[in-house]
Design a protein. Structure first.
Length: 232
């Protein structure tokens, strides 16, 4: 399992940066869009010739498979269940034996619970009467029966990909100028930058504690022909 993760992690590491590069190119070509919001520095990489999603625990779609943000309402309604899943998973870290993991869990629960409340208030205020229900596919494994190293390793593997999904949704909204309210644009920048930092902290812990290098990814449907975010 660990060897497979290590062998395929490098593909996942380039996918997010390559996809963001593609989004920047798309925005530059679309002269009708507002001035794009740039991604943090250090995200530019070359798209791999092949990028199979073969890492563990990312659900059936992978962290970027099918990610599409059409407008602000779409962004908020997709981000709500995404945050709710993260909060539920982070609550499991109360049982972790590592204080770093317990603190991470507490931070995710506090931060994303507050953001859930904020997003619900925005939907009620700006989009009254519209259903916020979406067909969300879980991205994380059931952690309730895991403990010790197994709990920590599974959480880190899955939450890295989970954060990648939030970063990609936020960057789509920003690059294509689809936020109708500055509050949402500012929120998307916060999500993108904060989760980017957390993602690489989790990656370092995977390397330090479990010898896993690179960045775990999630599996896409077999034979669907997608190359992660490349050429999006």
């Amino acid at each position: 399992m660990r060897r497979q993760t290590a062998l395929t992690a490098a593909a996942g590491a380039t996918l997010i940066t390559a996809a963001l590069t593609g989004l920047n190119v798309a925005a530059a070509n679309d002269r009708s869009q507002p001035t794009p919001t740039p991604a943090p520095s250090g995200w530019q990489q070359t798209c791999p010739s092949q990028s199979p999603w073969t890492g563990p625990g990312m659900g059936s779609g992978g962290p970027m498979h099918g990610v599409r943000v059409d407008d602000e309402f779409d962004y908020l309604t997709q981000m709500l269940p995404h945050h709710q899943e993260a909060v539920a998973a982070a609550q499991q870290l109360r049982r972790s034996e590592r204080p770093q993991m317990r603190r991470l869990g507490e931070s995710i629960v506090a931060t994303q619970s507050a953001e859930i409340t904020k997003m619900k208030a925005w939907l009620d205020q700006w989009y009254p009467g519209r259903s916020a229900a979406v067909g969300y596919r879980p991205m994380m494994r059931d952690l309730s029966k895991l403990s010790g190293n197994a709990l920590d390793e599974a959480f880190l593997q899955d939450m890295i990909g989970h954060h990648m999904g939030a970063i990609m949704m936020s960057q789509q909204l920003l690059i294509h100028g689809r936020a109708q309210h500055e509050q949402v644009a500012a929120f998307a920048r916060t999500v993108r930058d904060a989760q980017h930092a957390e993602m690489f902290q989790m990656q370092r812990w995977l390397a330090d504690w479990f010898g896993e290098t690179g960045m775990p990814g999630g599996p896409g449907p077999a034979g669907d022909g997608r190359q992660g975010g490349c050429g999006w």
